[in-house]
Write a protein that binds this ligand. Structure first.
Ligand code: GDP
Ligand code: MG
Length: 714
């Protein structure tokens, strides 16, 4: 029995429930924080904490990964199970559970609840999705339900902030009381063995753990816990199970039969269903949207519209930012005395970081669009549609969700693989997720498409090219997965069952939050990682600056009147800089891709993050341009005017094959330190990060080479 720890103690409360039941939404509503919600599994894969108070009582709220059962199968589920069992070394057992129960799916949700009640932790039930249940014609009598389950039930609508006060009040009150006692009874022999196991478990004992250990025939939990030395080895466990089997019990079906039997009996008086199941809007739409042919066509259409929107909607905004960047540059160059500092600030920081920030509007559109698709319930359908493709590659639809979220950024995509049970499937998904084009690549594509593939072409063309580039990753990722599953990571995947949430109007708040999150992390990156790299790039391009004829290059250029000589000096300066020297060294390597040394070093410099290439090009092609041109600061124009190796009147540096080969390179390369770090973290070994880097770089080089060579032939 729980003790009353006195008023000073902060209550620890955990939200436990199936995936998609609205736990994170409730968490956000209670704590005022803004954690990411999403209507598919894998959004919350870590324990998130927040605090609120009620009547002077401090409450720590934990949002934990959703799970269908406390029989863990994947790393994210294990986290929840350990927490409830009080076996998580860094998180003590919560004082109270909020069982978050989806009213439109009451029985299935209660399965988890019956398990949780056996943990001995007091609990309160929060009934969510009551609106959905009503639409499906399901009525739940809250009072009767509370009576027959023996625990308080509170209806909440977290999005509308309804029922929150009631929930808080109930929490604090319930905490003072004993945990509910009327649990599920298992057959007598089973309960006898259970008592024996309980006595062996010592301090960590709970009915829940004893039952889990007896019921698990593959020993996943027992092994995992024994490995972490959390519980003593239970020597006689296998023999207990043998005895139970001998008495005619089927350990595979026993739990479901017993629990669902109990649930049916207890909920029958509280729930009324329509005589004929209601055909909802969702059912009607899904007839088309999850159809093999129509569904796929619709998916492609939606993606196509997304890429169109990215170009057309962002145009005016980009123009403003460009003008703003020009104005800031001009203001600062008038303010600062001419010299190294001015060059660092104007040519390095403003030009480099500014060239990247220009793409903010497109990032916002991408994130906004993805958030809308997600929140209205469509993303889950996309995963469902792709299940067949993924099965063909030896994976399941579960792997598609991480791939799809990688379209914004591979880091959350890779984190969301924690929902995948099978170790090899999970590793395969981690390794191929970075092939999917992310928002950093969007910027590279967008720059080059607008510079070389949009003028004088039909309005849909730029969007179409973007669609194809994204398509390249979306095709290569499953293909690579297939190869990996055939070779390094052989093994059979597990069947995949995914729940499709009902369609709904996307919540403005949720979408706004996602867009804001995206914008914020983009700007933070621009201000830190990108800015730092830009300073570095500027420095290796600025030094050495000794002019062979005496003085320095900048001084020499400042005194020169002839524009042509000025440009020649500038080009000479860049070419003999550290960056230039490195560039000439690698030029033979990148020439077959159609690049000169400047593109080569810009690519090399973008090892920390792909968007660095834009800033680097901005610095290389923008540095010291004469006043009026620099004032406009139009990188696209500078790229269009660039000549091969900066030779005046020489052949243009960029033609279409060169632009395409650069885009293909960036589509396939793994120039992103954050991704490599998260791969190391999730795969558990640096070797896998290295493997990803090597295979993607080889793939990128080969892809760019083929693109350029074929492009030139055509
Ligand atoms: P979690 O997986 O349990 O953390 O669920 P989320 O909090 O991420 O919510 C899943 C989805 O359900 C989101 O799209 C929410 O906006 C939505 N949602 C949450 N609560 C309710 C509710 O009471 N009614 C309806 N209709 N939708 C809800
Ligand atoms: Mg969540």
């Amino acid at each position: 029995m729980m003790q009353n720890p006195g008023p000073a103690k902060i209550l620890r409360v955990a939200l436990l429930g199936n995936p998609n039941t609205g736990k994170t939404t409730l968490f956000n509503a209670l704590t005022g924080l803004n954690h990411r919600v999403g209507n598919y599994p894998g959004v919350t894969v870590e324990i998130k904490k927040g605090r609120f108070s009620w009547n002077g009582r401090q409450i720590d709220l934990l949002d934990i990964p959703g799970t269908y059962s406390l029989a863990p199968r994947s790393p994210d589920e294990m986290l929840s199970v350990e927490l409830v069992l009080g076996l998580n070394p860094s998180e003590p057992k919560p004082d109270l559970l909020i069982l978050v129960i989806d009213a439109s799916n009451l029985e299935r949700n209660l399965f988890l609840a019956t398990q949780a009640l056996e943990s001995g932790i007091p609990a309160v039930m929060a009934l969510t999705m009551v609106d959905v249940a009503k639409k499906n014609g399901i009525q739940i009598d809250q009072k009767k339900l509370a009576e027959s389950l023996g625990l308080p039930v509170v209806e909440v609508m977290a999005l509308k902030r309804e029922g929150l006060e009631e929930l808080k009040k109930t929490l604090v009150a319930q905490f003072q009381k004993a945990p509910c006692a009327n649990g599920v009874n298992f057959p007598a022999l089973f309960e006898k063995k259970e008592t024996e196991v309980l006595s062996l478990l010592g301090t960590k004992a709970s009915r829940l753990l004893a039952r889990r250990l007896l019921l698990e025939t593959d020993g996943y939990l027992a092994k995992a816990l024994a490995l972490k030395k959390e519980i003593p080895e239970i020597a006689g466990l296998a023999q207990f199970q043998e005895e139970l089997r001998a008495s005619g019990l089927n350990l595979h079906t026993l739990e479901a039969r017993t629990r669902y039997g109990w649930i049916k009996e207890k909920t029958a008086p509280a729930i009324t269903r329509p005589e004929i199941p209601v055909t909802t809007w969702t059912d009607k739409m899904d007839r088309y949207l999850t159809h093999r042919g129509w569904g796929l066509a619709f998916f492609l259409l939606i993606m196509f519209c997304l890429f169109q929107a990215i170009f057309t909607l962002s145009k005016p905004l980009i123009k403003w930012i460009n003008e703003g960047k020009g104005a800031v540059g001009e203001f600062l160059s008038n303010l600062l005395p001419q010299g190294m500092l001015a060059s660092l600030v104007v040519d390095g920081l403003v030009e480099g970081v500014g060239s990247v920030v220009v793409f903010l509007p497109q990032i916002l559109i991408l994130f906004g669009f993805l958030a809308i698709l997600e929140d209205c319930g469509y993303m889950a359908r996309a995963a469902f549609l792709m299940d067949r493709v993924m099965v063909f590659c030896g994976l399941t639809g579960k792997s598609f969700i991480p791939l799809l979220s990688s379209a914004a950024c591979a880091v959350p995509g890779i984190l969301s693989t924690r929902v995948i049970e099978d170790k090899r499937d999970r590793l395969t998904t981690i390794l191929v997720a970075p092939l999917v084009s992310c928002s950093a690549r969007l910027q590279v594509y967008s720059l080059l498409i607008q510079a070389f593939l949009s003028e004088g072409r039909p309005f849909w063309f730029p969007g179409f090219v973007l669609f194809c580039l994204y398509g390249l990753g979306m095709v290569l990722a499953p293909l690579t997965a297939w190869l990996l599953k055939k070779s390094l990571l052989k093994g059979k995947g597990m069947p995949f069952l995914m729940e499709l949430p009902s369609y709904k109007r996307p919540s403005g708040q949720v979408v706004a939050m996602r867009v804001w999150d995206g914008a914020w992390s983009f700007m933070r990156r621009a201000g830190t990682l990108i800015a730092a790299t830009m300073v570095l790039v500027w420095a290796v391009l600025y030094f050495p600056h000794q002019y062979p004829g005496g003085g320095t290059y900048p001084e020499r250029i400042a005194t020169e009147k002839e524009n042509q000589t000025k440009n020649a000096l500038l080009s000479e300066w860049k070419s003999q800089s550290y960056l230039g020297r490195a560039g000439h060294l690698i030029e033979p390597l990148v020439k077959p891709l159609g690049w000169d040394w400047r593109i080569g070093v810009a690519t090399l410099a973008s090892f920390p993050a792909r968007e660095v290439v834009i800033g680097t090009l901005g610095i290389i092609f923008g540095i010291g341009q004469d006043e009026n041109e620099a004032g406009q600061n139009d990188l696209e124009k500078a790229l269009r005017n660039a000549r091969w190796n900066d030779k005046p009147g020489g052949k243009p540096l960029f033609d279409i094959p060169t632009a395409l080969s650069l885009m293909v390179f960036f589509a396939l390369c793994s120039q992103c330190v954050s991704t490599l770090v998260v791969i190391k973290q999730e795969a558990g070994h640096w070797g896998w990060a290295l493997f990803t880097f090597v295979y993607m770089t080889v793939l990128a080089y080969a892809g760019a080479f083929a693109t350029y060579q074929i492009g030139v032939l055509l």
